[in-house]
Design a protein around this ligand. Structure first.
Ligand code: GTP
Ligand code: MG
Length: 201
């Protein structure tokens, strides 16, 4: 898919105030610092479209970016950082869960997972919640540039095994790096296909 335009539209914490035009949208969610904002910039080939930071907690609001004047990418705040507790208490900000519950034009969410880490309870819990709430999602492994191919392969296998303890099958997943654009064509192709099934381009 060719990216002809990508523009920031608005930030807010209230799902009721998000764009009302009913264009399809795709959301990026995951732990703080996993690389959500960086992935949006990589996909759009724009350095600073979404604000990134080495320190967790950079994105605090729901951010809408209009792509090709026809669909949105949505950058969300990370979970699991701010009020994280030692027990695996849920720490998903209310407005994030509300966003997924209320936003009917949200076609699919990408749950980002750092490929270097073993499966984290908070991510597994979040995906469990997505499943129970019937929110469609795919997994995006980030920071693939940080691992050698064998280690990457091993970690993905471990992840898949863990998922299969709960899920009937491994959700669709992508392997990406915002540093070297690995996975860009696959992700954009996937988005293009989704858009064509709902008549956006
Ligand atoms: P919050 O907004 O705080 O939730 O974080 P985020 O998930 O949006 O992460 P962000 O994109 O701000 O990236 C966090 C840090 O990871 C930054 O220092 C990025 O440069 C780095 N980073 C993100 N993606 C990659 C990647 O694919 N490879 C490498 N090497 N670093 C990455
Ligand atoms: Mg961010």
């Amino acid at each position: 898919m060719l990216i002809k335009s990508a523009e920031f539209v608005m930030s807010n914490s209230d799902v009721a105030k998000c764009p009302k035009d009913r264009l399809p949208e795709y959301a990026f969610i995951g732990r703080s610092n996993v690389g959500k904002s960086s992935l949006i910039n990589m996909l759009m080939q724009r350095k600073n479209l979404a604000k990134t930071s080495g320190r967790p907690g950079k994105t605090q609001l729901i951010n809408h970016f209009l792509i090709n004047k026809n669909w949105y990418l949505v950058d969300l705040p990370g979970y699991g950082y701010a009020r994280v507790s030692k027990s695996s208490k849920k720490v998903f900000q209310k407005f994030i869960t509300k966003y997924f519950e209320k936003r009917e034009q949200m076609i699919l969410a990408f749950v980002l997972v750092d490929c270097r880490l073993e499966p984290q309870p908070i991510d597994l819990e979040f995906m469990q919640w997505m499943g129970e709430s019937q929110v469609p999602f795919s997994i995006v492994f980030t920071k693939a540039d940080k691992l050698k191919p064998n280690a990457l392969k091993r970690n993905i296998e471990v992840y898949e095994q863990k998922m299969l303890e709960v899920w009937e099958e491994m959700p669709q997943y992508f392997i990406t790096s915002s540093s070297n654009a690995e996975g860009r064509d696959e992700l954009l192709g996937f988005l293009g296909n989704l858009n064509s099934t709902i008549d956006a381009s």
